[in-house]
Every structure is written in C-alpha cells, then in structure tokens.
Design a binder for this molecule. Structure first.
Ligand SMILES: [Zn+2]
Length: 377
C-alpha cells in the first residue's frame, strides 16, 4: 500500500471521488497538509432528493478543516458538485465527510466535541488553532439537535432539577445544563448559554406543560448567582447543594493551604497527592506514612485536611438524624479552628435546615458526570 492509498482509506473515499493531490507546506507554522479530492469528468452523483444518479450541473471549490495529521494541520479541498436531476432540478449535494454548510469534516467536529468535554473551549481553540466562536457554533449545532428532540417534551411531572455549568467558567464560554434528577435515561431537560439561565429555564418549562411551582427541589453548586435565581424563580423549591461541589470547594482550599505552607515548612512530597485522596482510599505506603506524620504535626495543612475528611464523614451518615448531628459537629469543629470564615457560611446556611428524606437522597446522589455529559451525546 502506498502513501496515497493510506489517505484514501483514512478519508473513506468512494467512487467516483478519489485523491488527486497532496501537498505539505512546511513553511507555514503550523505546517499544513492539503489533500485534494476530485472525481473524473462526467461522473454521476446521487440526487439529494431522489437518490438517482445525475450529471453534475456545476462545481464549487470548497475546503474543510480535518483532523491533525501527525503534527500537521490538515485540510481537504474538493470541487463540490451541484446535481441536475430531471425531476428535482439543481441541488448542491453534501460530501460524505462533512455536514452541509460546515467548514469542518465530521471527524474534526467529533474531535472538537470530545475535546470540549475535557477542557474549556478556549483551551480547545488554542490547541486546534480554531477560533473560539467557530467551536461554539459546532457545539451549538449539536445541542440544537438535542434541543429539537426536547421540543415535544412534556414537563408536567418535573419536580426535581439539577443544574450545573459546564465547559469554561472563564469569559462568556459556558453553558448551563438542567437535569431531571429522577430520570436516568436522557436526563437533560434544557441547556442554555448566557446569564439569566434559571429565568430562561422557567420560560421553557412553562412552554412545555410544566409549572415553576411544581419544582420542589433544586440541586446545584454554591454559586451565589444560581442560589439567588433559584430562590426568585422557583419559589417552592428547596435548594440542595450538590455534594460534589462542596467537597471540591474544601479540597481546593486544602490544596491552597498546603501550597502556601510548603514554602515555609518542610513537607514530604507524597503529601501533595495523599491529602487530596480519601484517607480510607487506596494509598501507597509512603502516602500513609506522610499522612501519619501530618496528623502529629502542628501544620495548618493538618487542620485543613482534617476538616476535609470530617466533611466526608458527614456524608457517610446512615440516617438523616445522624447526618444532622454530624453536620452540627463539623460546623462547631471547623469554627473552633478557623473562626467565622467565608467557606463555612454557605455550608451552614444551605445545608443547615430540616433534613427531609428526599433532600438527603438528592444530596447524596449529586449530579453525576455522566448526566452532565449526556447533553453532548
Ligand atoms: Zn432527483
């Protein structure tokens, strides 16, 4: 198999199209590989309406950005035909490697969506060398497909929603996803970019047989914007803080304390990861030794670590009474050590309230990453 056949195979080219040229431009940074695709003169193409083979009416030169090939940015160029069908007239036909109107190949769009799951869109844009706006257009297109399926949705039974931001929280590049917490299959109810997300959700809900006053539970992070909007728009709902976000907040604070303190005091290097893991989780012997040393020290990192572990201990409570007692114990302990610090306030205000069985259920369940990702599938 020669190099040309590798490309043909990789692009999935089928008759009448074939690869007629390839050019690697190494003078540009990054270097650019261009693949030219064409068909023999007089080839027939399938009419977009009836599928009948028809002659080409005319051609237009188009270029699509394709996957990065080794270190080279790759582009496909082709003469895209318009068919002339006896019955249906002249129509532009889509090439098999891209959706109509897109300047990216399907494989490149798929790669963009996968990257956007793993990193902020801005970082993704820098990595592939494509403008942020264009990546958002692709994401919006596929959300749109989910969105169309949502148009027929009946939300009259919706009672519990989870909401979370995804992708980048910096700049304007974020989307809020609303999840039906009682559904495991296709749980995404609504997605929206922009700021007034809860208000938009309320409008959407009311347009789909739902009522704002039916929503009894909202699971979200501790973002003041969400909390304020949930209180204003969904007046009957209890707000339950998503457990994952609470732990994340304390884990980050712990890491900040360690970072600041390790400049002043010696700490074993194993400590860095050991404190972020669960104390009863899989730890190496060196990590166990580092934690044992930490416990007997007078470091602030030791206090912060103990508070984070105590937070996990609340969640292990078997009954709602036990959870309430542990929460009270946690707040007292943390206040005693830290005073009235900001980080405790949302925990105290939002978790410190009569603890119903449903609340505990949703608090424990949290918003699962798989639920969050479902909107992009
Ligand atoms: Zn036709």
């Amino acid at each position: 198999m020669d190099g040309k056949q590798v490309f043909i195979l990789g692009l999935g080219l089928q008759s009448p199209r074939k690869l007629v040229g390839q050019n690697l431009d190494t003078l540009t940074k990054p270097s650019v590989l261009t693949l030219n695709v064409a068909a023999d003169r007089g080839s027939l193409y399938l009419c977009a309406c009836c599928g009948k083979p028809c002659p080409a009416h005319d051609f237009k030169a188009l270029t699509w950005r394709h996957l990065i090939f080794f270190q080279h940015h790759c582009f496909i160029t082709a003469q895209a035909p318009r068919t002339k069908c006896e019955k249906h007239g002249v129509h532009r036909i889509n090439v098999p490697w891209a959706r109509g109107g897109s300047k990216f190949t399907l494989l490149f769009e798929q790669a963009l969506l996968m990257l956007a799951r793993e990193m902020p869109v801005k970082a993704c844009a820098e990595y592939v060398g494509v403008r942020v706006k264009r990546i958002w257009r692709v994401i919006q297109h596929y959300i749109g497909r989910v969105g169309r399926a949502l148009l027929q949705m009946d939300l009259s039974e919706l009672k519990v929603i989870g909401l979370d931001e995804t992708a980048s929280k910096r700049g304007h590049n974020y989307v809020t996803v609303f999840i039906d917490m009682d559904r495991s299959d296709k749980p995404v109810v609504f997605t929206t970019p922009g700021k007034e997300t809860v208000k938009q959700f309320k409008t959407f809900l009311e347009g789909h047989e739902g009522k704002a006053e039916n929503i009894l539970e909202v699971v979200c992070d501790m973002s003041p914007a969400f909390l304020a909007a949930a209180k204003e728009e969904l007046t009957e709902a209890n707000v339950t803080i998503d457990w994952f976000h609470v732990v994340q907040l304390f884990t980050k604070a712990l890491d900040d304390v360690r970072k600041a303190e390790c400049k002043l005091r010696h700490m074993p290097k194993e400590l860095r990861w050991a404190i972020l893991k669960n104390a009863d989780g899989p730890l190496t012997e060196k990590q166990i030794a580092a934690l044992a040393e930490l416990e007997t020290s007078d470091l602030h990192t030791a206090t912060a670590w103990y508070i984070k572990e105590k937070l996990r201990w609340i969640r292990k409570a078997e009954t709602s009474n036990a959870a309430r007692w542990r929460l009270s114990n946690f707040i007292n302990y943390a206040r005693n050590k830290l005073g009235y610090v900001d980080i405790l306030e949302p925990v105290r205000v939002k978790l410190w309230k009569p603890w119903s069985a449903t609340q505990k259920r949703y608090w424990n369940a949290g918003i699962q990453p798989t639920q969050m990702l479902a909107w992009k599938d």
